[in-house]
Design a protein around this ligand. Structure first.
Ligand SMILES: CN1C(=O)N(C)[C@H]2CS[C@@H](CCCCC(=O)O)[C@H]21
Length: 123
């Protein structure tokens, strides 16, 4: 099985792009998330992300990362997923995510978290 180091550029089925800078030998990484869509009002800019991936057998690793949309939104997203060597020999990331939008009052807390799934492939 080919190792799956997350370093590099990835694109998901929403058209968002993710740039993972180098992964250190603890599996820790940082990067930038370039979203194509947003519910925020201010203009979209790349947002910082930090995460961690397994490097034990360095193959088909699981990972997690957090995106702080600080450049244009008050939201925070967390992703968890796994890297697979797809049937076509290309790496694919299958992820689940939680998006927490900031709400103005506690009474709105119930509607503030969205969940979804997303797939990324290398650009
Ligand atoms: C574009 N997206 C994307 O590539 N996702 C996997 C989902 C989960 S994060 C969300 C974007 C949130 C942008 C910030 C905001 O609108 O508050 C959406």
């Amino acid at each position: 099985i080919k190792p799956c180091n997350l370093t590099g550029w990835w694109k998901n089925d929403l058209g968002s792009k993710m740039h993972v800078f180098n992964v250190d030998n603890n599996g820790t990484f940082s990067g930038e998330y370039h979203t194509a869509v947003s519910s925020a009002k201010s203009p979209i800019q790349p947002s910082p992300l930090v995460g961690s991936q397994h490097l034990d057998k360095d193959e088909q690793d699981t990972f997690g990362f957090t995106v702080n949309w600080k450049k244009f939104s008050d939201s925070t997203a967390v992703f968890v997923g796994q890297c697979f060597n797809g049937a076509d020999g290309k790496e694919v990331l299958h992820t689940s995510w939680l998006l927490r939008e900031k709400v103005d009052s506690e009474t709105d807390d119930w509607k503030a978290t969205r969940i979804g799934r997303n797939t990324f492939t290398r650009m």
